[in-house]
Design a protein around this ligand. Structure first.
Ligand SMILES: NC(=O)c1ccc[n+]([C@@H]2O[C@H](COP(=O)([O-])OP(=O)(O)OC[C@H]3O[C@@H](n4cnc5c(N)ncnc54)[C@H](O)[C@@H]3O)[C@@H](O)[C@H]2O)c1
Length: 264
């Protein structure tokens, strides 16, 4: 018996990175996974999901369009007779010096990361309640808790997800839906590979800085985030709602810096 046996899970951003790792992790734990993304998944990876969960399905939609979200959620709910779990992992990065950020770029980031999370949660309530309740896990970021330089639209969108998550927990917990968020540190996914795989130029220095932000002095792997999402989605988290689970190798705990002063 897997930890999600008999559960139906809708995972957004399932074509890549954290969403793809979550889809595979959930399928391995016995869930039927419905993936949703604007891009197609890596064929070999999705085949693995289908091997683990033969009833898995994949749906194309943008989380920032209410029309598309409504249609895709209805299609998934009809195909699987509702669902128990929603994971909002679709997202985009972006930013830069404040004066250089165009209005359209701000809107793109906030619309996908924050409005997309709102729209998915809004339309998931009825299909989750149709199965007697369930769990929502929203992927925010350490950037929603502490800001990095030149990251205003992303940090604001993720700070919004952290508070939206609490607000939805207040609205939905008494109706039988637990709502929690995960704040990852820097995770090696396609979203940040320009930084994590840089071999020359200023991005190498940026990566060093980011790596040093983690007390563990390394980036995380998507599977390490998927495991935290699995916990929050499963019955093991039956008394957890409204929580913000930081999975960041120590990024937000604090900084080392004065070891040289002591003869240890
Ligand atoms: N990688 C990191 O370091 C990191 C750190 C903290 C938080 N996060 C968050 O984790 C989540 C997953 O990121 P990732 O690193 O796996 O990135 P990724 O780029 O590998 O995956 C994101 C997925 O979201 C999809 N997507 C983008 N816009 C969409 C839209 N409008 N509708 C539907 N799908 C859309 C993309 O197509 C992609 O498949 C994001 O919310 C991201 O902000 C990532």
């Amino acid at each position: 018996m897997g930890r999600l046996s008999g559960r139906i899970a809708l995972v957004t951003g399932a074509a890549s990175g954290i969403g793809a790792a979550t889809a595979q992790c959930f399928a391995g734990e016995g869930a039927v996974v419905a993936g949703l993304d604007i891009q197609q998944p890596d064929a070999a990876r999705w085949k693995r999901v289908e091997e683990l969960a033969p009833a898995a399905s994949f749906h194309s939609a943008s989380v920032s369009s209410e029309t598309e979200v409504k249609a895709a959620v209805a299609e998934i709910a009809e195909r699987h007779a509702g669902f128990d779990i929603l994971v909002n992992a679709a997202g985009v990065a972006g930013g830069g010096p404040l004066e250089s950020i165009e209005e359209g770029e701000w809107d793109r980031i906030v619309n996908i990361n924050l409005k997309g999370t709102f729209l998915m949660c809004k339309h998931a309530v009825a299909p989750i309640l149709s199965r007697g309740g369930g769990a929502i896990v929203n992927i925010a970021s350490v950037e929603g808790l502490v800001a990095s330089e030149n990251s205003s639209p992303y940090a604001a969108s993720k700070g919004g997800v952290v508070q939206l998550n609490r607000s939805l927990a207040v609205d939905l917990t008494h109706r039988g839906i637990r709502v929690n968020s995960v704040c990852p540190g820097l995770i090696e996914t396609p979203m940040v590979e320009a930084v994590t795989k840089a071999t020359e130029g200023p991005l190498v220095e940026m990566r060093e800085q980011f790596v040093n932000n983690h007390l563990m002095r390394r980036c995380g792997q998507p599977e390490e985030i998927a495991n935290a999402i699995l916990f929050l989605a499963s019955d093991e988290a039956s008394f957890v709602t409204g929580a913000t689970l930081v999975v960041d190798g120590g990024w937000t705990a604090g900084r080392r810096g004065n070891a040289d002063l002591f003869d240890l």
